[in-house]
Design a protein around this ligand. Structure first.
Ligand code: ATP
Ligand code: MG
Length: 187
């Protein structure tokens, strides 16, 4: 096997600019179109209803079956977190632990060709999840499984381990002009 033969990659979309999650969703489309099975676990997210939830549930059923969709997306949080040491709400911590347990199982089982851990870098950055645990599972993952991790401030250990790391740079963002999040673009 050479470095160029088929193998699962670890990718990270990080940095302060917009596009980390949407790039991961784009990759999910690309993978699903190639007949691959995709699982998207969203850490911390939960209270907002994102457009991708409906699009993916329709597409997942169409490409697979309603009982066994080809793409699955699950929100594993409640959309807001109080952060910082003692401030961390135990309920949020528990949800992150549950999300991580599911992620670990999904990656190691090899049932999915691509596993996307959306916003996991925030959970690690907020010290709700140990980056060493994540690194350990990524080191042990089945060879053909691809994993994408998103969120700002990716941990250096994970950056080191990853094959492809993209830093989104903010050149401009509408928010700076006071323009609020727009349906279809932001959510
Ligand atoms: P998107 O989901 O649009 O790809 P993202 O995953 O890169 O964004 P997150 O850090 O997950 O960014 O933040 C999610 C929300 O914050 C999105 O609504 C996004 O538009 C908004 N956002 C992202 N980057 C910026 C920025 N530089 N300034 C203001 N808002 C931002
Ligand atoms: Mg995001």
């Amino acid at each position: 096997m050479t470095e160029t033969s088929r193998r699962g990659l670890i990718l990270i979309n990080t940095g302060p600019g917009k596009g980390k999650t949407t790039a991961a969703l784009g990759t999910a489309l690309r993978a699903a179109g190639n007949g691959m099975r995709v699982l998207i676990l969203q850490f911390l997210k939960g209270s907002w209803h994102y457009g991708e939830l409906d699009a993916i549930s329709a597409l997942g059923a169409a490409l697979g079956t309603p009982e066994d969709p080809a793409i699955v997306i699950r929100q594993m949080g409640r959309g807001f977190v109080k952060v910082g040491g003692a401030e961390t709400d135990p309920e949020d911590l528990r949800m992150v632990q549950d999300a991580w347990n599911d992620a670990e199982q999904a990656i190691l089982a090899g049932d999915w060709d691509l596993v996307i851990l959306d916003e996991i870098n925030y959970a690690i950055g907020y010290k709700m999840l140990d980056p060493e645990k994540v690194a350990e599972v990524l080191r042990q993952k089945p060879e053909m499984v691809h994993v994408i991790l998103t969120g700002r401030n990716a941990h250096p250990t994970l950056v080191e381990l990853a094959d492809t790391v993209t830093e989104m740079r903010e050149a401009k963002h509408a928010y700076q002009k006071g323009i609020l999040a727009q349906r279809g673009i932001e959510f």
